[in-house]
Design a protein around this ligand. Structure first.
Ligand code: AHG
Ligand code: MN
Ligand code: MN
Length: 335
């Protein structure tokens, strides 16, 4: 039998990979691990618990209906991270403004965390995979003062940790600290995450394309050309590709990460900057996919090089196998 490695052991073994003080990584990740376990047990009950399932009748800043589980997960992650005393502020899809921990312990925290507490909320009530996304940065403002906007508006390439949890047929935590990507599968009967997917590498190319093709008429002619490319026949490049779209980015991304493929949420005439949020959806996915050997772009610029202007800004997003993303850029830029 192969040696079994739990998430706890893995973090201890890999402390040296984290270029900062040792206990910080383990405290940050153990906060996320704890929140994930609690959230997992609630998600598994979501079909049973009326109280959690369904709309709250309130909207977040982006005008989207907030589901109860979104708010529950939001509070859970905020409280778990706050309790570990490493974090000076949090930004969340569910919070209009960043949350700054003003007390002395908070002001001494060295990190900010950005989260999408539930990604794919519309899939909760139909029992389809959903996720949680997180990104962690070192603050750039002075330690011992309250966090500032600059701490949150850092370029994606400054991330020190990024990851996601997928609540699928199993629950998995997948993360990077900038030294490759590792995936852990949760055993709910013992409450432990096991290293199940060490050193994940995305295949250089694949045959899956994932896009909400119902929006085709609203896409630019260049994006339409790429979709036609995906559907046209060419045995050398394994085309036509297979279309797969779940509507939870995490689930679409996770499948493509393991099997090879490209995920796309382009700009369209009705969503001129696309739909996905740069800071807590695209940047963490871009860091992960690059660490797995893949690529992520807005069509012309590497996602991790974009300079954020505001917390909830959106960007067109294309990520996946490097050869597929490269071919997409060739077609989008008419090279
Ligand atoms: P969220 O649930 O955090 O608002 O994110 C939903 C996002 C993303 O998960 C998914 O890929 C995309 O919305 C689906 O959008 P469409 O329904 O427009 O395809
Ligand atoms: Mn989301
Ligand atoms: Mn969300």
């Amino acid at each position: 039998m192969n040696k079994i490695i739990t998430l706890g052991e893995f973090i201890i073994q890999k402390q040296a990979d984290f270029p900062y003080a040792k206990g910080e990584l383990s405290r940050l990740l153990s906060a996320i691990r704890l929140a994930t376990k609690v959230l997992n047990s609630q998600i598994n009950k979501a079909g049973l618990v009326d109280d959690i399932l369904g709309g709250m009748g309130t909207e977040n800043i982006q005008g989207e209906d907030q589901k109860k589980l979104d708010l529950y997960a939001n509070e859970l992650f905020i409280n778990a991270l706050k309790a570990r005393n490493e974090v000076c502020g949090i930004a969340s899809e569910e919070e209009d403004r960043s949350i700054i921990f003003e007390n002395e312990v908070g002001q001494n925290g060295k990190y900010v965390v950005l989260i999408d507490p539930i990604d794919g909320s519309s899939n909760i009530e139909v029992n389809v995979s959903i996720g949680t996304i997180f990104a962690i940065y070192r603050r750039v403002s002075k330690i011992g003062t309250p966090a500032t906007t600059k701490d949150f508006l850092q370029e994606g390439k400054q991330q020190v940790v990024a990851g996601y949890v997928i609540f699928g047929s199993s629950t998995m935590l997948v993360f990077t600290t900038g030294n490759g990507v590792n995936g852990f599968t949760y055993d709910p009967s013992v409450g432990v995450f096991y290293l199940s997917h060490p050193n994940i590498k995305i295949p250089k190319t694949g045959n899956i394309y994932s896009i909400n093709e119902g929006q085709y008429e609203y896409f630019s002619p260049e994006v339409q050309s790429y979709i036609k490319y995906c559907k046209s026949i060419d045995s050398k490049t394994n085309r036509p590709y297979t279309g797969r779209y779940i509507g939870s980015m995490i689930a679409d991304f996770h499948r493509n990460l393991l099997k090879g493929g490209i995920y796309m949420y382009p700009a369209s005439s009705n969503l001129p900057n696309g739909k996905l949020r740069l800071l807590y959806e695209c940047n963490p996915m871009a860091f992960l996919v690059e660490q797995a050997g893949g690529a992520a772009t807005n069509g012309s610029t590497r996602i991790l090089d974009l300079s954020p202007k505001e917390l909830h800004q959106r960007t067109p997003f294309f990520a996946g196998s490097p050869e597929m993303v490269n071919q997409l850029e060739v077609i989008l830029q008419g090279k």
